[in-house]
Design a protein. Structure first.
Length: 97
């Protein structure tokens, strides 16, 4: 079984995407979701199937969410706290900023 979908990029959060069944109306989504993702920009259309691999999502979970709730939100990848990766000498300098 395959499922055609459209993917939209969030204007508010880099790396966040909204998957919708192809042809679904954006204005039918919950208002709170639309406020959370901000303005949406169409990124691409895909034909989802169990055999298709997605870079950051489990395709079966995406398809399940599209069928059950009519959308799937791909959250941005978690980023490490950059301060943990700074060399110790950068953390102890007394130079003016």
């Amino acid at each position: 079984m395959s499922l055609p979908c459209s993917i939209y990029r969030s204007s508010k959060r880099q790396g966040m995407y909204l998957y919708l069944p192809t042809g679904a109306a954006l204005d039918e989504l919950p208002a709170a979701l639309l406020q959370y993702v901000g303005r949406l920009e169409h990124a691409m259309d895909l034909e989802l199937s169990a055999e298709r691999k997605l870079a950051q999502e489990d395709v079966l979970k995406v398809m399940e969410n599209l069928n059950a709730q009519g959308f799937h939100v791909q959250m941005p990848p978690q980023q490490d706290d950059y301060i943990q990766h700074l060399p110790e000498e950068l953390l102890t300098r007394n130079d003016p900023v």
